[in-house]
Design a binder for this molecule. Structure first.
Ligand SMILES: C[S@@+](CC[C@H](N)C(=O)[O-])C[C@H]1O[C@@H](n2cnc3c(N)ncnc32)[C@H](O)[C@@H]1O
Ligand code: SF4
Ligand code: SF4
Length: 430
């Protein structure tokens, strides 16, 4: 069983090479065979063993850091901006760079460094944060999402971040920037709660495209959150994105997360609607994938398996495959609280870095962290958080095998059934 798992992992990882269009999968972009064998694969084994308390969990592969509580938006799908409006002093709790340095020193290497917020570009010292990350975490991918409102600020800080990455670290490291686009024109402004946000988004994109001409490691992508507010506008958004010639586009389902203070909001399209959407997505994939490069076939194979998994989780309201939240992935909130994932977030923190002398390992290996891990292992929660789901798929022989099956079907142009289902969910049993 275990050797079967190993050979499946190796087969799939061996097939993965450069280039993908999905930032959850972009993690593979810079991986080479040596990385698979010396880093990722041993990590997978260690994580599996640590779930059964045979080994301590090592460092997470993916670290998300919400750099600030501040945000100018009033999104209908996320109340971080609203919370900030109600209490602007909350940003005073943002970790200072001196504090962050202490944390990063104790953390060590992570592969994927994901910056979130609040609005990350409201921090003037974002380049310094990137510099610290490069120095101590040595990430292979750095990713930032933005509401794209403060165009000039985003332009200037992006250049500074790229200069730091390229001068003091490694110019081959992808810096992926994802402005959010939840509609075209007024629909976007209405969902994001800011007048002229769409105009600012267009301005930001034009700046970023110019920067991209100078810095080849800047990757621009656009991201849409599919919610009840925009389900009838999805093809319009997609057409718009394609008309811009942006290299990468992805969408996720609006989730209820403690992070967003939206647990009671009916923002998620219902199961029937998901299914309809998924059918459309799957049809598109099947129609177009055959002539695409091997990398795209691989990422689409993963994507279909993710849809399949998401459907099952939504229907059965349980972890269909074990979740490695708090093991493979970690989240540091703006004030230094460490979370296993942003869904459980405030409800199940692993600990507080400010209370533990900024020592990440102390929090990560604390009794409290182990209690939360047991809660997750006992399947008391379930969700389809895409970032985590892709990590979980890597740990599942069955789902890795399904990925392989899809890949082979794509590769050998077989028209057989390709697994598919609903996308995303917010059905959290927390
Ligand atoms: C919390 S925001 C922080 C970064 C920045 N403020 C922004 O909006 O891009 C991170 C990501 O969460 C997305 N998001 C917002 N509401 C969401 C929801 N209910 N479920 C899933 N993702 C959501 C945003 O579109 C963005 O891509
Ligand atoms: S999604 Fe981003 S921009 Fe919107 S309120 Fe949340 S943090 Fe702010
Ligand atoms: S199943 Fe969802 S809520 Fe539970 S730990 Fe995993 S990511 Fe978090």
């Amino acid at each position: 069983m275990f050797s079967g798992f190993i050979s499946r992992v190796l087969f799939i990882l061996g097939a993965l090479k450069l280039q993908t269009q999905d930032d959850h999968l972009v993690i593979w972009k810079t991986m080479n065979a040596k990385d698979y064998l010396t880093y990722l694969f041993p990590k997978t084994l260690q994580y599996r063993a640590s779930r059964f308390k045979l080994l301590k969990p090592g460092n997470p592969i993916t670290l998300t850091y919400s750099v600030t509580a501040a945000c100018q938006s009033q999104c209908k799908t996320c109340h971080i901006g609203l919370k900030y409006k109600q209490d602007p002093t909350s940003k005073e709790k943002d970790l200072k760079v001196e504090e962050l340095e202490k944390i990063f020193i104790t953390l060590g290497h992570v592969y994927f460094f994901n910056i979130s917020g609040g609005e990350p570009f409201l921090r003037d010292d974002l380049p310094k944060i990137i510099e610290l990350a490069c120095r101590y975490l040595k990430p292979r991918i750095i990713h930032v999402s933005t509401n794209a409102i403060s165009s000039e600020r985003i332009r200037d800080l992006t250049i500074q971040c790229l200069e730091i990455i390229n001068e003091s670290y490694d110019s081959s490291i992808p810096f992926t920037l994802k402005p959010s686009v939840d509609g075209v024109g007024d629909v976007h402004d209405e969902i994001r709660g800011v007048r002229d946000n769409f105009k600012q988004l267009e301005k930001t994109l034009s700046y970023l495209k110019d920067i991209g001409k100078e810095y080849s490691n800047l990757h621009i992508e656009l991201g849409t959150i599919i919610s009840n507010f925009n389900i009838d506008h999805l093809s319009e958004i997609e057409d718009y994105v394609h008309s811009l010639g942006i290299e990468s586009y992805r969408h996720e389902i609006a989730e209820q997360r403690t992070e967003f203070f939206n647990l009671n909001d009916p923002i998620t399209p219902n199961a029937d609607t998901y299914e309809r959407l998924i059918r459309g997505f799957v049809r598109k994939i099947r129609e177009t994938v055959i002539n695409k490069k091997r990398f795209t076939k691989i990422t689409e194979s993963f994507r279909l398996v993710y849809y399949d998994l998401a459907v099952k989780i939504l229907r059965e309201e349980r972890q269909v495959i074990p979740c490695y939240g708090g093991i493979s992935n970690a989240h540091i909130n703006y004030d230094g609280e460490v979370w296993p994932c942003c869904v459980l977030g405030y409800k199940k923190p692993l600990g507080f870095l400010r209370e533990q002398n900024y020592d990440f390992q102390k929090v990560w290996h604390s009794d409290r962290a182990n209690v939360v891990r047991k809660y997750i292992k006992d399947r008391n929660c379930a969700c389809v958080l895409a970032n985590q789901a892709y990590s979980n798929i890597l740990h599942s022989p069955t789902y890795l095998f399904k990925t392989l099956q899809n890949f082979l079907r794509f590769h050998y142009r077989q028209g057989g059934k390709i697994t598919s289902g609903l996308i995303g969910t917010t059905k959290n049993i927390t």
